[in-house]
Ligand binder design. Structure first.
Ligand SMILES: [Zn+2]
Length: 389
């Protein structure tokens, strides 16, 4: 049986041991060690990684009490030196202890039980038995937790019998019935847990609540502890710094500046719309004067579809004409007609578009189509002009 060093101390990160079994499986090579500090997946905590004789450990799983280490290849010697990826492990310890503290405070401050815990590479979450959580409650929760971190309460673990466990105010009844491992945060809680923990709450550093999401009638709380919380803070500071430079103002003024910028944009858009309308009026006059028969056609270098549609509709309302536009830059064609030409624009497009690899349609009065090249758009434009003239 492998000695589980992570239960002797969560701080063992280097040790010498022997390989007791080597297994070749379909999905890779596995080793069993006499002693291991590599924690396998379990209890919401991901496995440790590291090196066995400098060979990377890829995965650690537990099967019927045996810890299997998946390795890139088998070491040459039976006696091996092992080393944990300590940054990864310490991150897990900060988050697992952080979760216990967070769950305990959720119960105390919000009277909400924790239903599940997830710790992944990107984010850590707990689901709590509440239908919602306000920003004020989140702030209160965060402050309570931070207070407990600053008190630097001891986190200890020990094993008890079923009878001894029954006498403790456990957070949840354990699944195992014998040799129950208790993780105790001094003065806070007794929790039956098999995970790796820090020695005192001060080592958690910080529990930062990021957001609360509603999840099937519960609340999912996203949080980051310790170094991850620091990284999150650094990313936020960098973004704020870039925005400060971009808006040439202090970070406190950024929101006001964006609000102002938004107003300016709205005003500019209104001015642009007025200029466009004026321009369209001149253009409409010119096109009506230069028309040949009942067809008005024009090839724009670059005019958005919406603007072509507006102008075409305006012209066909003003006179009994058929209007045909193409925009070269975005390969779009628009066809519009007044009441009396007898042309069904949408039906005409549907009938002929496929030959020109175009897609579109519309009503009897107004139709539009898009093409993947300007050559196809222009060819369809010329074909339409010829067909309806
Ligand atoms: Zn736990």
């Amino acid at each position: 049986m492998t000695t589980k060093l992570y239960y002797e101390s969560a701080y063992i990160r280097e040790w010498e041991t022997r390989i007791t079994h080597k297994l070749e499986r379909e999905d890779g090579t596995y080793l069993v060690l006499e002693e291991t500090a590599f924690y396998p997946h379990g209890g919401g905590q991901p496995c440790d990684l590291g090196w066995i004789d400098k060979i990377p450990v890829l995965d650690v799983v537990q099967e019927e009490g045996v810890i299997l280490h998946k390795v890139e290849r088998i070491p040459e010697k039976e006696s091996v030196g092992c080393r944990l990826d300590w940054d990864r492990r310490f991150d897990h310890m900060q988050h697992h202890s952080g979760q216990h503290l967070l769950s305990a405070m959720c119960l105390e401050v919000c009277q909400a039980e924790t239903l599940s815990f997830h710790l992944g590479q990107d984010y850590a979450t707990i689901d709590i038995a509440r239908s919602g959580l306000s920003q004020v409650e989140m702030k209160m929760l965060e402050l309570e937790i931070q207070g407990q971190i600053y008190l630097n309460r001891k986190v200890t673990n020990y094993r008890v019998s079923q009878e001894q466990a029954a006498a403790l105010p456990l957070v949840k009844q354990p699944k195992v019935t014998d040799d129950i491992r208790i993780v105790e945060i001094e003065g806070i809680e007794y929790n039956a847990c098999g995970g790796t923990h820090v020695m005192a709450t001060g080592e958690i550093g910080m529990v930062k609540l990021l957001r609360a999401e509603k999840q099937k009638g519960h609340v999912r709380l996203f949080f980051k502890c310790g170094y991850r919380a620091l990284t999150e803070f650094n990313i936020g500071t960098e973004i704020l710094g870039s925005l400060s430079v971009r808006f040439n103002t202090s970070k406190e003024e950024i929101l006001d500046r964006i609000e102002k910028w938004d107003q300016e944009q709205k005003q500019l858009q209104a001015e642009l719309n007025a200029v466009k309308a004026e321009n369209d009026a001149y253009l409409a006059e010119k096109l009506l004067a230069e028309r040949e028969g009942s067809l008005i056609k024009y090839a724009f270098a670059d005019k958005p579809l919406k603007d072509m549609q507006n102008l075409a509709a305006k012209l066909s309302e003003q006179a009994d004409v058929i209007v045909l536009f193409v925009s070269n830059a975005d390969h779009k064609v628009v066809l519009a007609q007044g009441e009396e030409s007898g042309l069904a624009c949408g039906a005409f497009f549907k009938q002929h578009l496929a030959e020109y690899r175009g897609k579109g349609g519309g009503s009897d009065k107004l139709a539009q189509a898009g093409f993947s090249t300007s050559e196809d758009a222009m060819a369809f434009y010329h074909y339409t002009a010829q067909s309806i003239n």
